[in-house]
Write a protein that binds this ligand. Structure first.
Ligand SMILES: NC(=O)c1ccc[n+]([C@@H]2O[C@H](COP(=O)([O-])OP(=O)(O)OC[C@H]3O[C@@H](n4cnc5c(N)ncnc54)[C@H](OP(=O)(O)O)[C@@H]3O)[C@@H](O)[C@H]2O)c1
Length: 329
């Protein structure tokens, strides 16, 4: 089906139809809000089992309880809990419907990644354009891979010492189902690390896209609703400084609608929350014989870390401008 609309035609005529499984969750709601302002697609339906009839951000679209039979869309988004996307992906494949899975069910290391493109929209543009099934990257891996992959490709990283990734996410990163440890009284005015031991499931994705790098990943729970800040400490080859890293990033992300590189200072959450932007900065450190840099990455876990990257991937798959509908500032 053709992307775009002819002038004078009714609002939805000729537009690709999309469906959202899991439209009442945090990522699904974010996705529907972006799609409401996209202009190029028609949201045909969005699902929830517990909130049937509730209006979505898309005018005229109410949540409905439906399964994967007779999808009747051109592209399907899966905003479901882990494990629940498998049958939907199989149904999409059988019905010839393109799909973007926001769960980890088809990401690298899942055992189900065959025939599914990993949707790093800024790094695999051509492959995603040709893909019919895409596994949308996890939130934490998005920032880590965007920061480190260009440096790995240029052979700038000294991989003998651990690369430490201290990463903090707002509580929406854990989804909308109630949990005692995520109550306001537990989270507010508090800060803690979790997933200690360097075996977080997101490491599978990071390692698949950063082969050979000794990653040490420590996630933290941020007492805020949304946003991710990652601080990466990495040893570089002799002579490589922060200015060289910024040059490499600039060249790699020159065409990106969402990635920005700071020349001075480091990014703050407030610059990216409620947007689909991701901001990078690089800093030299005193006190080491070998160059040791700190890289800072900021983005919204629900924006660039989920729904924003999903829409970016949809744009590539359906032939829209890469940044159409995305909220970048
Ligand atoms: N939150 C983030 O920052 C983030 C970032 C990147 C990726 N992700 C991934 O994206 C996926 C969705 O995350 P989320 O935070 O949006 O989760 P969520 O807030 O818990 O939402 C889950 C959605 O799926 C529906 N659902 C639950 N169980 C279902 C089932 N068995 N079959 C069909 N629908 C079901 C829920 O509605 P009903 O229960 O009413 O059906 C709801 O709409 C997860 O796999 C998550 O890991 C999340």
């Amino acid at each position: 089906m053709e992307a775009g609309v002819n002038p004078g035609e009714p609002a939805t005529a000729g537009r690709p139809r999309v469906g959202v499984a899991g439209g009442s969750g945090y990522t699904g709601r974010e996705l529907l809000a972006i799609l409401a302002g996209h202009g190029g697609v028609e949201v045909a339906w969005a699902t929830s089992r517990s909130e049937v009839g509730v209006p979505t951000a898309v005018p005229g679209v109410h949540l409905t309880d439906r399964g994967p039979d007779a999808l009747d869309v051109d592209l399907l988004f899966l905003c479901l809990p882990h494990g629940a996307a498998v049958t939907w992906m199989e149904a999409a494949r059988a019905q010839g419907v393109r799909a973007i899975d926001l769960t980890s069910d088809h990401r690298p290391g899942s055992g189900r990644e065959d025939g599914v493109e990993y949707g790093m929209a800024d790094l695999a543009r051509e492959r995603i354009q040709a893909a019919s099934q895409v596994a949308n990257p996890g939130c934490y891996p998005t920032g880590v891979i965007l920061a480190l992959r260009p440096l790995l490709d240029e052979d700038l990283i000294e991989s003998g010492t651990p690369i430490t990734i201290a990463a903090a996410s707002g509580v929406t990163g854990a989804g909308r189902s109630p949990r005692r440890d995520l109550l306001f009284a537990e989270v507010s005015a508090n800060y803690r690390a979790y997933g200690l031991g360097n075996d977080h499931r997101h490491l599978r994705e990071m390692r698949a896209w950063l082969p050979g790098l000794p990653l040490l990943f420590v996630p933290h729970l941020l007492p805020a609703a949304r946003g991710i800040l990652e601080t990466i400490t990495v040893g570089m080859r002799e002579g490589v400084d922060a200015a060289r890293v910024r040059e490499v990033w600039q060249a790699r992300y020159a065409d990106s609608p969402t990635v920005r590189i700071l020349a001075d200072g480091s990014p703050e959450l407030r610059a990216v929350v409620d947007s689909d932007a991701l901001i990078l900065s690089a800093h030299d450190n005193a006190g080491f014989e070998a160059p040791t840099l700190t890289l800072v990455v900021a983005f919204d876990n629900l924006g660039k870390g989920a729904a924003g990257q999903a829409v970016h991937n949809m744009n590539l798959m359906l032939g829209f401008d890469a940044g159409q509908g995305l909220r970048c500032r």
